[in-house]
Design a protein around this ligand. Structure first.
Ligand code: ATP
Ligand code: MG
Length: 470
């Protein structure tokens, strides 16, 4: 829906259905918030005083009898999709929490009860779809004003709100990050006081919020809030361990927490790719484990990219992030994040460029974005100089790829061909020949084509004492 229109059939039919069922009905939650913010939403939540399932069925019937309504009897919720919008229906409820259970006792309630149990004032506004008050806004906690003041605030005492459902602490930080809002100081204090209760929340729900922070325009906002509120070490220990500067003989190193966040923000300006953003956040994650102070050299982090590659796997596992191609991709970028640097510094040799293309394959453009984001020097001249060098690397990558086609390297001659030519069964020599040819191409000794590869094959075979079959 492009513009909010109370004459839209979704609302008029819903209102009609509600009147037929004699149920008070309202639009609530994120949709109302996003409406005032001018943000587009793909889902609309409706709350009614009565059965959400019945209301959904009746509304669907009036809109289009062919619509399929999904419902969840246990939760009293229903949902269907109409013109690409996800419409969610729920009966108004009242929740009471007990100290030692994470599951609230849920009873039917009034609209007011339902607004009370919502997480933030900006998420607790409702618009009436009842005939007599159609279109009226019900904003008991001043959500509209908080939107204007860019403020995240809980409707009730934040200690109760956060203790009842500790996920709300992460939601507060996530909304602050997405919307560039601040969090009410009382709520910040309550998050600090309740941070330990995050332990009762499932990893999946935590990670959903982390990914929403990652996809925000400036993700560092969220991680800095997580750090300030003491949630970070509880949910992402490795990241919080990047914090701090150690000094030996008055020599310090940079604070890798703030550096990593800067790299993430830089990258976020140029890419919406969630996994590339994860690679930016994790690129230096191996630094604390590899840190040494060496006489006459200073601080070193040898091998941090390899340690980082390994840590990425355990972080993905702990955070329940996807362990297939997404993990492999992030590991590859973490491991390779230093590779373009020497190429940018020295007079660039073609073979180094070819090797980079070979190892990075189709991810080479993402790797370059990561490397460019990794420049966080405060010295503008220096930044300009390095960026210029990276531009040369990019140009070189393009030229060499056009000439040599290394990105998706396929050996120009196959193992089968080698076996057939020399009458061999699978054996070590075949691997030797293939590897030799690959190396020769990467070194630029031969071109990446069948003809030159065949002639090199013959030479190597002779050296190995192999005889061609006739
Ligand atoms: P988004 O869809 O961008 O995540 P949203 O505000 O729509 O934002 P949803 O998770 O879709 O968030 O939830 C819809 C509404 O339900 C919220 O606006 C809020 O009123 C309420 N809500 C969701 N989760 C909670 C929670 N953990 N505690 C209290 N209220 C919640
Ligand atoms: Mg929503």
């Amino acid at each position: 829906m492009k513009q909010f229109d109370l004459k839209d059939p979704i609302f008029t039919k819903l209102s009609e259905a509600a009147a037929l069922l004699e149920m008070d009905t309202y639009i609530v939650g994120g949709y109302v918030r996003d409406l005032f913010l001018g943000r587009e939403s793909k889902d609309i939540d409706f709350v009614c005083v009565g059965s959400g399932i019945e209301l959904a069925k009746k509304t669907a019937e009036l809109l289009n009898p062919k619509l399929k309504v999904n419902y969840f009897k246990n939760f009293g919720t229903a949902q269907f999709v109409y013109h690409g919008l996800d419409l969610e229906f729920v009966g108004a409820r009242k929740e009471s929490y007990q100290r030692n259970s994470r599951n609230p006792i849920v009873e039917e309630g009034s609209l007011e009860d339902d607004q009370n149990r919502r997480d933030f004032t900006i998420n607790a506004m409702a618009i009436s779809l009842n005939k007599a008050t159609y279109g009226e806004i019900l904003d008991p906690f001043g959500g509209k004003k908080d939107l204007e003041n860019k403020l995240i605030r809980t409707p009730l005492d934040p200690n109760i709100t956060f203790s009842d459902d500790p996920l709300r602490m992460l939601r507060a930080i996530r909304f602050a990050t997405q919307l560039n809002f601040s969090i009410d100081p009382k709520s910040i204090q309550a998050i600090k006081d309740n941070a330990h209760r995050i332990s009762i929340i499932s990893q999946e729900r935590i990670t959903t919020e982390l990914n929403k922070i990652m996809l925000s325009p400036k993700p560092s906002v969220g991680f800095i809030l997580l750090d300030e509120t003491k949630l970070l070490p509880l949910i992402f220990k490795e990241l919080s361990e990047l914090k701090g500067v150690e000094y030996v003989k008055q020599k310090g190193h940079k604070d890798n927490f703030y550096h990593s966040l800067q790299v993430l923000d830089n990258l976020a300006e140029n890419s919406d790719n969630l996994w590339l953003r994860w690679a930016a956040l994790l690129h230096d994650i191996g630094k604390p484990k590899s840190k040494r102070f060496e006489e006459n050299v200073g601080w070193t982090f040898h091998g941090h990219e390899v340690i980082g590659e390994r840590m990425t796997k355990s972080i993905f596992t702990n955070l329940k992030l996807p362990l297939n191609k997404e993990l492999k991709y992030v590991q590859k970028l973490v491991k390779m994040h230093l590779r373009p640097i020497p190429i940018a510094k020295d007079s660039i040799s073609d073979s180094a460029v070819r090797r980079l293309l070979f190892d990075a394959g189709d991810d080479v453009d993402d790797l370059m974005l990561l490397c460019e984001a990794d420049i966080t020097s405060k010295n503008e001249e220096k930044v300009k100089r390095i960026l210029k060098n990276f531009k040369i690397v990019r140009q070189k990558l393009k030229e060499i790829e056009e000439k040599d086609h290394i990105r998706n390297f396929e050996p120009p001659i196959s193992g089968e061909l080698i076996m057939a030519t020399y009458g061999l069964k699978p054996c070590r020599e075949i691997g030797l020949i293939k590897n030799h040819i690959k190396e020769a191409i990467l070194e630029g000794e031969i071109a990446n084509n069948e003809e030159e590869a065949l002639s090199l094959m013959r030479k190597i075979a002779t050296d190995l004492g192999l005889k061609e079959l006739n």
